[in-house]
Every structure is written in structure tokens, then in C-alpha cells.
Write a protein of this length. Structure first.
Length: 474
């Protein structure tokens, strides 16, 4: 999460108009009661405020946030059924870690793990191990920790004295993998993009592996363009590597989004525990798992893949509680909402929801292409996500201009440059989630059509005047 600093000045402005921050009606019975001064913004006020006044102040400021339903940058769920919201409100005060105190919440977590193990074709779902997390970033950290610890145990004669572990992955990985390598002192070995390949190449990944490689990360649904990395081909390349060298390199599948799409829409695609080399998988329950932000999942194909010494058994509130997580206290609401959604939709329901998102993405991508100014990199036929850039002959504007102008209409569409070796390529990426309907997609297109004449009439792209082009950051 971003770091925030305190205010530039330690004191509040002395402008007497600051008192006008308070709506007179916030004074409740006496409209003039709050008119003498407004509460400070960067230090605790001296006394309490009425709840309605505090609510009004916070509510009004939050109106300046973007509309989450129109945020086509985010993968996280922005709509759930009212019944799910009620369940979450009933459980937000339950601490997930208090399994003795809230045994039924703990049981729902266990059931979710079992359901995912079955969905991802674990050899024996009854013995597969897993846990809920705050999201895929934490789940990735846990999986990578297990990879490192297993490698360290096999190389105890060399580590930590002479050997430095490394992790092989595509340059398109989410930033949590960079964080892991920094936090846990692992060398990242990145496969760059080349030409029209925007994700990991299996043979290039295998070529980077050596006796110090703790594992290879394959992404089922790249956040850069929505494409699936070829997990089966990656495993085959590592199988061949083992035959030649004896190196047995495990694979972790970062299925933050795709692990909740492919099982329903791409059933013939082999990417999961059916591949013996896949040792662990993570997903975000709060992305295409269809739950509000705050839940992810990490699973291992069997207890052998999760070293026992990483599982802490804590005497907490009178009970022996195994825990493997970077976070301790967190609400049970999102786990309950995940179980509700699994129960509510089932396989056919998930298939219908994800197919609708894919249909919207593919239809919208086609209409972008028909506008004539844009070139598609992906078409939304894997993740319901597509990336688009301007055609070479379009010189009056660029994707950063499009992003900025769409924001004026309330649409949040990210524009960013690709990493090595395609820093020359800048794209727009559009994420289609449940709740982003074909009607909303048509409204986006209407706004874009209105903007295009102005963009085409520009003398040159204006993005340089608004700061440097940004690289991908979420």
C-alpha cells in the first residue's frame, strides 16, 4: 500500500472561512452550533462531534473519489447482491483468527479451501492444504515463502553460506512478486517481453533456471493485457530441463484472476494441479471470485508442499490454532461472503457470470477496433480484459490523452507503458467485471465517440504537457 506523510505544515490554516466547512444543518437542533470553527484535519480535535456531523464531513469529502463501478482499471469486485452485504455486515466484527470463538466462520473457510481444491483438480482434495488471506498479494508471499523454505531444506549445505536463491518469472508479474524478492532476499530473474509476446516464454524461463532456483511463477491472466501464460508448456519445458540436468523446479500458478475464470470457461485448458509440477496456486476471491475487496486464497497440492515449520500453532483464547499468514487479526466478513457466493452460484452460476463478462469484453474490444483509430493487443477472450493502443498513423493523440479525456466523463481507464523490452508500447487496458454490463459498455463508447473528433484535431499528443508517461503500477 502507498506510504503517506503527514501535512506539510503542522498547524491548520487560520482562515476564518475554514468554519464554513460545516454545513449549518450539521448542527442538528441548533443550526448555528457548528459555525464557530471546523474540526482540524491533521490532528485530533479537542472534543467530540455529534455522529451526524462527523458522518457528514467524511461523507462529503469521499464524494470526490471516483465511482468504483466506472473504474475500468481495477480487477476487484465492485458489486455484490444485497444479501451478501447483509451477511458481511453481520460478520465484520468477527476476528477470523479467533477460530475457537467463531467455529462456524472457521468451518466456512475450511469448506472454501476444499471447494477450491476440487475446482483446481487437486490429486486428493481432502488432503490439499490452504488458507484464506487478505488478497492475492499475501497469498503469493505465502506460496513463495514455501518455495524458498523447501529449496533451503534441500540445499542446507550451501544456504545461506554460499548460495543465493532466485525466482524465475515474467517481467509482467504483479508488484507483489518484486516485493517478495526484496523482503525475503531472493534474486528475481525476469523473462522480458519480446515483439508481440507480452508474457513469459516457457523455454526462456527454463533457460534462466539453475540449482539456486526456488521455483518458476506462471500467471494465469496477466494484468498487463489479460492473457494466460502457457502453464502446461512451462511445465513441459521444466520437465525437459529435469531430464537433462536433474533439476526439479516447482511451479507456482498466480491465478489471481484466471483461476476463477478458466475452470468455468476454459475447462479443457490444463493449468492446475493436473500438472504434477504445479505445487501451489493462489487466487483473489475479491476479483473474479466475486467478493468485495479483502479476501484471497492460497492452496498447496498436498501437505508436502507446505513445510510444517512455516505453520505456527498458537495457544490463542484457550485453543491450539494452526496459522500460516502474514496478517493476524482480520474480519471474517469476506470469507463468509466467499462461501455465500460459492453456495449461491455453483459451477453453472459462475460459468454464466464469467461468460457474460467475457462476452462484454470481446464485444467492446471489437467495437474499439471498428472505430479505426485503435489496434488491439488482446481481445478479451481469456480474462475478460483487453489492451489496446493507437495505430501507428494516429499522431494527433495518444493513449494517455484518451485516458485523461475519458476521466472527464467519469471513466477510469488506465494508460501505461509496457516493461522491458517493450517500453516503446503504451496501451489502454479495460477490465470488464460482473456489473459492467453491455449498456455501460455502450455508454463508454458513446463518450469515446464524442471525444474522438477533438482528439483527432489536436496538433500533437498533449500527454507530454501533463507529466511523463507512467508505467504500469496496478
Amino acid at each position: 500500500m502507498p506510504l503517506h506523510k503527514g501535512p506539510a505544515h503542522s498547524t491548520e490554516p487560520s482562515d476564518p472561512r475554514r468554519r464554513l466547512a460545516l454545513n449549518p444543518f450539521f448542527g442538528e437542533a441548533d443550526p448555528t452550533a457548528g459555525m464557530e470553527s471546523a474540526p482540524p484535519r491533521h490532528k485530533l480535535p479537542d472534543g467530540p462531534l455529534p455522529p451526524a456531523t462527523a458522518y457528514g464531513l467524511v461523507h462529503d469529502e469521499l464524494m470526490l473519489d471516483g465511482n468504483s463501478r466506472l473504474n475500468l482499471a481495477t480487477f476487484v469486485t465492485t458489486w455484490m447482491e444485497p444479501q451478501a452485504g447483509v451477511l458481511m455486515s453481520e460478520c465484520r466484527d468477527k476476528n477470523m483468527i479467533d477460530k475457537d470463538e467463531y467455529p462456524r466462520t472457521a468451518e466456512l473457510e475450511r469448506r472454501c479451501v476444499a471447494m477450491l481444491a476440487d475446482l483446481w483438480n487437486a490429486p486428493d482434495p481432502a488432503t490439499a492444504v490452504g488458507c484464506s488471506t487478505t488478497g492475492s498479494s499475501e497469498a503469493c508471499m505465502l506460496a513463495a515463502m514455501a518455495l524458498k523454505r523447501r529449496w533451503a531444506a534441500k540445499n542446507a549445505d550451501r544456504y545461506p553460506s554460499t548460495a543465493r536463491p532466485n525466482l524465475v518469472m515474467g517481467v509482467n508479474v504483479q508488484v507483489c512478486w518484486d516485493k517478495f524478492c526484496t523482503f525475503w532476499e531472493v534474486e528475481p530473474r525476469l523473462v522480458p517481453m519480446e515483439g508481440d509476446r507480452y508474457h513469459l516464454d516457457p523455454q526462456a524461463a527454463a533457460d534462466l533456471c539453475d540449482e539456486n532456483t526456488i521455483g518458476v511463477v506462471g500467471i494465469l491472466g496477466s494484468t498487463f493485457d489479460g492473457s494466460y501464460e502457457p502453464i502446461a508448456e512451462l511445465c513441459a519445458a521444466l520437465d525437459a530441463l529435469q531430464e537433462r540436468t536433474g533439476l526439479d523446479i516447482p511451479v507456482h500458478v498466480d491465478g489471481a484472476s484466471g483461476a476463477m475464470v478458466a475452470p468455468f470457461l476454459d475447462e479443457d485448458l490444463v493449468w492446475d494441479f493436473r500438472l504434477p509440477r504445479v505445487s501451489s496456486i493462489n487466487t483473489s476471491g475479491h476479483k473474479y471470485g466475486l467478493v468485495y475487496p479483502g479476501v484471497g486464497w492460497a492452496l498447496w497440492r498436498s501437505p508436502a508442499e507446505l513445510p510444517e515449520e512455516l505453520v505456527f500453532r498458537v495457544n490463542y483464547l484457550g485453543g491450539d490454532m494452526p496459522t500460516f499468514a502474514l496478517n493476524f487479526s482480520r474480519p471474517g466478513a469476506q470469507v463468509v461472503a466467499q462461501y455465500y457466493t460459492f453456495l449461491r452460484l455453483g459451477r453453472e452460476g459462475y460459468r454464466a457470470v464469467q461468460q457474460a463478462s467475457r462476452d462484454v469484453a470481446m464485444g467492446l474490444a471489437k467495437k474499439f477496433e471498428e472505430l479505426g483509430d485503435f489496434q488491439l493487443l488482446t481481445r478479451g477472450d481469456q480474462l475478460p480484459v483487453f489492451a489496446v493502443t493507437t495505430k501507428p498513423e494516429v499522431t494527433a493523440y495518444d493513449v494517455f490523452d484518451v485516458s485523461r479525456r475519458l476521466r472527464e466523463h467519469g471513466w477510469l481507464v488506465p494508460a501505461y507503458t509496457f516493461p522491458a523490452n517493450r517500453e516503446d508500447l503504451s496501451v489502454l487496458r479495460i477490465v470488464c467485471r460482473n456489473g459492467f454490463s453491455s449498456d455501460l459498455a455502450e455508454l463508454l463508447l458513446e463518450d469515446l465517440r464524442l471525444l474522438l473528433p477533438e482528439l483527432r484535431s489536436q496538433a500533437r499528443p498533449l500527454s507530454a504537457e501533463h507529466g511523463p508517461a507512467t508505467s504500469f503500477h496496478h
